[in-house]
Write a protein that binds this ligand. Structure first.
Ligand SMILES: Cc1cc2nc3c(=O)[nH]c(=O)nc-3n(C[C@H](O)[C@H](O)[C@H](O)COP(=O)(O)OP(=O)(O)OC[C@H]3O[C@@H](n4cnc5c(N)ncnc54)[C@H](O)[C@@H]3O)c2cc1C
Length: 540
């Protein structure tokens, strides 16, 4: 029996692996198609050229030459201040750094406003943390909500964000993104064919209405692929394998251009009218994480490794304001060792977490972000999420969960002794814990950790269990921006042609993990991305 189970799990893991490979292959093919057939005008010869030094200039005398020595790959990010008369062989009106949700939304918006747009992406295929996410974007007052009879407003949404972050974020910034998110999703649906719908069968903690919107597969891969396709259709040029390693700023702070490096080590310099930083935060930079988020310094980083904090380092060198750098999204439910995100619906729908001693250790319902550190504090930094077949049915709408099932990460047991045997948890402690949970649910009571069980259906056999650990998903601190997503200096003045969106900009979660309300990540990617693109087209 055990051997058969192990065979099934191995087959599941293989299936999961092949499905992922197939999806990546499809995206790569699409990108290659794009590269072959889309004429890039002036860029074509930039591509054809090898390394070239003609436009390298020494910093003007007296100018600040910033060479941001930093850790890891981010150590190579630098800001060079060029003499004002420097010209570029190729200048593009709007350049976007990063092809995740923020960069592609910015590109679409700038293109729609009539600008020529180039997106530079360091990877061979646009993926980013967006592709790793569940692709769920919160928005209030949308037509999908109205069709489902959900009453919601941007003001109620803003109030939820501020409540979760205990009033820390700037209310004006929160009002800005909550106002823009709904129209931005409807724009992506109407103008670019993204098939959003609203999730109605469960609600993430801290949201007062069902307002998570996702594409049919509820996956970020689908989101980034559809955005990329839309950008290609709209005439946006996307240059992959193009790692931006330096910005060039004039003495008045305006961005004149940038340096990009190709995989063979050659470098090119490119002028720009306006620049949008959409290269996310610094979750992939261990040293910056150690500095700003020490509690998760040794945690698994579950986001995109290419997010090395260049936006913040460049901003710092340019004298821009950055805020809430310790803010982040953690997650207390990443299947271990499978490394697959397990939806928090497993908890909100009534599941619980126990440590390796079979004991609960927290109010899990408070939020998955702060739960990362709590799980990591447990023996071996591990926990088991325990739920049942009903909850598994809800969770199955997520591709990640289906993959976890296929990979054999979700165990099934007909009884508590069988569950203890499958998980190797001490049977007596586990039985005691689950009996207490059943009692709390039946009484609609609140437990010693503060979790309220009123209205939570009982957990019934057959049970499900998945071993999980805590992880860092992405950072939430970043560059401070105004209503047009322009990057601001500490005195409130704007760097006129520099914009930031998504994880590159300061989010709306404040300075603590507990301030992260589900969806805050893609919220600022989509909302600020659209604002940045619109404004960059005007500034170019
Ligand atoms: C597992 C997981 C699940 C998540 N689920 C959700 C969710 O359901 N809802 C939600 O709201 N948020 C979620 N998030 C957070 C969300 O994914 C991010 O907030 C969002 O994707 C950020 O978008 P972005 O465009 O700013 O960054 P990214 O999508 O990371 O894109 C940045 C891009 O910039 C590129 N880049 C970086 N540096 C350079 C450079 N120097 N030169 C050129 N290119 C560069 C990177 O390669 C990358 O492609 C999740 C995150 C993770 C990790």
């Amino acid at each position: 029996m055990a051997a058969a189970e192990e065979r099934d799990r191995a087959a599941g893991r293989r299936r999961h692996h092949h499905q992922r490979r197939r999806r990546q292959h499809r995206a790569r093919r699409a990108c290659a198609r794009h590269r072959r057939h889309r004429p890039l005008g002036r860029l074509r010869h930039l591509r054809a050229r090898g390394a070239r030094d003609g436009h390298r200039r020494a910093p003007a005398r007296g100018a600040r030459g910033h060479d941001r020595g930093g850790p890891g790959r981010a150590g190579r990010a630098r800001v060079t201040v060029l003499a004002p008369e420097t010209s570029y062989e190729v200048t593009i009106p709007v350049v976007v750094v990063g092809a995740g949700a923020a960069g592609l939304c910015a590109a679409l918006a700038a293109r729609e406003a009539g600008a020529e747009v180039l997106v530079l992406e360091r990877d061979p295929v646009p993926r980013g943390s967006t592709a790793l996410s569940a692709g769920l974007v919160p928005a209030a007052g949308t037509r999908w909500q109205r069709e489902a009879g959900i009453e919601d407003t941007p003001e109620a949404f803003a109030a939820d964000i501020l409540a979760k972050a205990e009033g820390e974020p700037d209310p004006a910034e929160v009002a800005r993104v909550t106002r823009v998110a709904g129209p931005a999703l409807e724009w992506l649906a109407d103008a670019h064919g993204l098939r959003f719908s609203v999730i109605t069968d469960f609600r993430y903690p801290g949201h007062s209405a069902n307002r998570m919107h996702g594409l049919p597969s509820r996956s970020g891969e689908e989101l980034v692929d559809r955005l990329r396709e839309a950008a290609e259709r709209a005439g946006v040029d996307i240059l992959c394998d193009a790692w931006v390693t330096a910005l060039h700023a004039r003495l008045d702070g305006r961005i004149a251009g940038l340096t990009l490096r190709r995989p063979d080590g050659t470098e090119d310099h490119l002028g720009c009218g306006a620049l949008v930083l959409a290269c996310n935060g610094y979750g992939g930079n261990k040293a910056l994480v150690r500095q700003h988020v020490p509690a998760l310094a040794e945690a698994l980083y579950f986001g995109h490794p290419g997010n090395q904090g260049e936006a913040v380092l460049w901003g710092e060198a340019l004298g821009a304001a950055a805020r809430h750098l310790s803010g982040h999204q953690g997650h207390g439910s990443v299947a271990h060792p499978a490394g697959i995100l397990i939806t928090w619906a497993t908890i909100t729908e009534g599941g619980v977490q126990v440590n390796l001693e079979g004991r609960r250790f927290s109010d899990e319902s408070h939020g998955y972000s702060e739960q990362a550190a709590r799980v990591l504090e447990q023996p071996e930094g591990l926990a088991w999420t325990i739920f049942d077949a009903r909850i598994a049915g809800i969770a199955r709408q997520f591709e990640d969960f289906r993959q976890a099932e296929a990979a054999g990460a979700i165990l099934e047991a007909d009884s508590i002794p069988a569950l203890a045997a499958a998980t190797h948890l001490p049977e007596a402690a586990l039985a005691e814990t689950l009996a207490e949970v059943a009692r709390l649910k039946a009484a609609g009571a609140t437990d010693a950790h503060g979790r309220r069980f009123a209205g939570s259906p009982p957990l019934v056999a057959p049970y499900r269990a998945v071993r999980v650990t805590g992880a860092l998903f992405h950072t939430q601190g970043g560059l401070v921006v105004d209503d047009a997503a322009r990057v601001l200096r500490p005195d409130g003045s704007a760097i006129p042609n520099l914009f930031a969106a998504g994880g590159a900009a300061c989010g709306v979660s404040g300075s603590r993990a507990s301030g992260y309300l589900s969806g805050n990540g893609l919220l600022t990617a989509v909302a600020l991305g659209r604002l940045a693109g619109q404004a960059a087209a005007t500034a170019a």
